[in-house]
Design a protein around this ligand. Sequence first.
Ligand code: UD1
Length: 380
Amino acid sequence: MKKKKIFVVAGARPNFMKIAPIVRALDASRAFETSIVHTGQHYDHNMSGSFFAELGIRRPDYNLEVGSGSHAFQTAAVMMKFEEICLKGQPDYVMVVGDVNSTIAAGLVAKKLSATLIHVEAGLRSGDRLMPEEINRLATDAITDIFFTTEKGATGNLVSAGCSPGQVHFVGNVMIDNLFYQLGRLEEAAVSDEVAALKERLCGRYICLTMHRPSNVDNPEVLETILASVGELAREVPVLFPCHPRTRKNITRFGLDGYLSEAGINGGAVEQGFLCMPPLGYNDFLYLWKDAALVITDSGGLQEETTALEIPCLTIRENTERPVTVEVGSNLIVGSDSDRLKAESRKALSGRWKPCAVPELWDGRSGERIKMVLEGSCGI
Ligand code: UD1
């Protein structure tokens, strides 16, 4: 049988964790010839290259190198460059993951060239159309042929929107496949000296913070409110803050550097402080957050990963497209209410948290399930 050509597209940091287990599974299939397409939406070493190296993803077969720009510019740039390689490579299937600009851009190109479009992490909805990712999710799912979902609610959303149940496959969460795989290798993986030394200097409890959503970091008042609230907590317990480039630039632009202290390799025990550092590689960050007393974040992926390890997580957003992390998991939505953020943080720090469990099929085998469904779709 002639192998089917499949292009697996990734562009931004949260995409790389998702494609790693899928590409491993597809590479082991005799049904597919798999190519990795990196759009280049993220391009800094610590936002992109380091993930390929650490997650065990082979080098991309194509790199479109689109870089940063406005939404229209970035989406259009991916479309133009992706169309060129699709015209040359003639993929039978195009797989997109998540909800970033690269997801919808590649999806549109694929459909207009009549490839079968596969969306992994389909059907999630925050209900908030001010979020660029929500528009990407709605638009991608409107043209997808084969949907893979991470939670049953997402399947329900798709079926309610008119998708045929036969097109939608609940397979669990590839982000968690990657998490378990990386945890299993963390002992021998290279955690940087700087991060290992920092963790040794922490005296027990600490918080990890990440934030990069435009709704939190592009507005000076909102950003300052969050920094001030977390800054108060940081006087009681260290807060480790690997800072996304967008956030870092805005902190300086809005004159808010005074809230932070930089985390260095030297020095004694760290008993408190708001320790800001550049974005970390996957393993360095995992090594820190897996033992945190609390994670505070606006990331979608981290809401899921903390749920999988049952670590208390406070989400600084008004909603989540991943409700299972709240209903079943360790996640709580606190929005931008600073009193609530501080009160819930103190609860977590004192070991009082809601009962939680790991959602159905978040078991490390989702990539394998995706492979089996796709093999079935081409008659294997
Ligand atoms: C994008 C995704 C978001 C995802 C996030 C993870 C969209 C609409 N948003 O947001 O869903 O959660 O990635 O990080 O696709 N920059 C660098 N180096 C890089 C990449 C970006 O310095 O390698 C800076 C640039 O100033 C750029 C800004 O970060 O303009 C924003 O990057 P962009 O890819 O547009 O969006 P993110 O905020 O990263």
